[in-house]
Design a protein around this ligand. Structure first.
Ligand SMILES: [Zn+2]
Length: 216
């Protein structure tokens, strides 16, 4: 029997023994105090998790074999950034995969502080890692969204409609984009009076990460 087979066989043997233990029997035969003492003794036994240790070791071996795993690799485009240190780029590369594509990116300040987060946002927008989504805000309370999420182009179109007081279909066009009233402050909007809006802008992750090193 080789080493791996021997470990597996002992592991299985112990696993099978554990399966045979009937907790109801313990309950019938021992008092709560005795079982409390038993629990302490059980926790006192150091039981190695070979599976866990092997996972760690495989990970180390993989990094030795593919040193690129130690640097930016989920989003190789981040290597182009010239305003972050290597550590900060690596942090950003580890931060983004926690967000699934089509979800919003928040908390970028955690990567390199709030001062650099605007620069990071701009880089991600310029390189199509994320796209901007805009929500028109209630002109009365500035708190509630009164449109669904708008792309840059849709926002431009909305602004063009708002700016054009002569457009005969203005009301209908606005009604297709904006709510008639605010769910928060209950203000009702007069589309004929509306000519400017404030927006809340969020970033949506659109680029898939590079997975080529996942299963090497
Ligand atoms: Zn409102």
């Amino acid at each position: 029997m080789n080493q791996v087979e021997q470990i597996l066989s002992k592991y299985r043997e112990f696993g099978e023994y554990l399966q045979t233990i009937d907790l109801n029997e313990l309950r019938q035969n021992y008092t709560r105090q005795e079982l409390t003492e038993f629990r302490k003794q059980l926790y006192g036994v150091e039981l190695r998790s070979i599976a866990y240790e092997v996972v760690q070791m495989i990970d180390e071996m993989k990094k030795e074999e593919y040193p690129e795993l130690l640097g930016v690799h989920h989003y190789p485009i981040l290597r182009k950034i010239d305003f972050l240190s290597e550590d900060e780029k690596k942090k950003l590369d580890d931060f983004l995969p926690a967000i699934r594509p089509n979800n919003y990116v928040t908390g970028l300040w955690r990567v390199a502080g709030s001062e650099k987060s605007n620069q990071i946002e701009q880089f991600l927008i310029d390189n199509n890692v994320v796209e901007e989504k805009h929500f028109a805000l209630c002109p009365n309370c500035w708190d509630e969204h009164i449109s669904s999420s708008l792309t840059n182009k849709q926002r431009e179109q909305l602004e063009a409609i708002l700016a054009d007081g002569e457009d005969e279909d203005r009301y209908e066009k606005l009604a297709g984009i904006l709510l008639y009233g605010c769910g928060e402050c209950h203000e009702e909007f007069d589309f004929d009076e509306l000519n400017q809006l404030q927006y809340k802008t969020v970033l949506k992750l659109i680029m898939e990460r590079d997975t080529s090193l996942d299963d090497v």
